[in-house]
Design a protein around this ligand. Structure first.
Ligand SMILES: [Zn+2]
Length: 79
């Protein structure tokens, strides 16, 4: 099973939310989310943003929206 760092997780989160990852990667993300509160909050935020935009698959988010979410994540203070 792949182990994700916080930085790696953000790079694949849209694929994860879009069900585009293989099973080992999904499992690795779920393990990370279950023990990293910070990333859990980030994913929640990402999901609610997607919902607010009208249930679009993450891959269809505009480039600007995705970049905004990702840069918010990248610029947060290290846990
Ligand atoms: Zn994390």
């Amino acid at each position: 099973m792949k182990r994700f760092t916080c930085g790696e997780l953000v790079e694949v989160i849209t694929a994860y939310l879009d069900d585009a990852l293989d099973q080992p990667s999904r499992a690795g993300i779920e393990v990370h989310l279950s023990c990293c509160e910070d990333c859990g909050h980030y994913v929640d935020q990402f999901r609610s943003t997607i919902r607010a935009l009208g249930d679009q698959p993450p891959e269809k988010l505009s480039h600007g929206t995705r970049e905004r979410l990702m840069s918010a994540f990248r610029s947060r203070r290290p846990a």
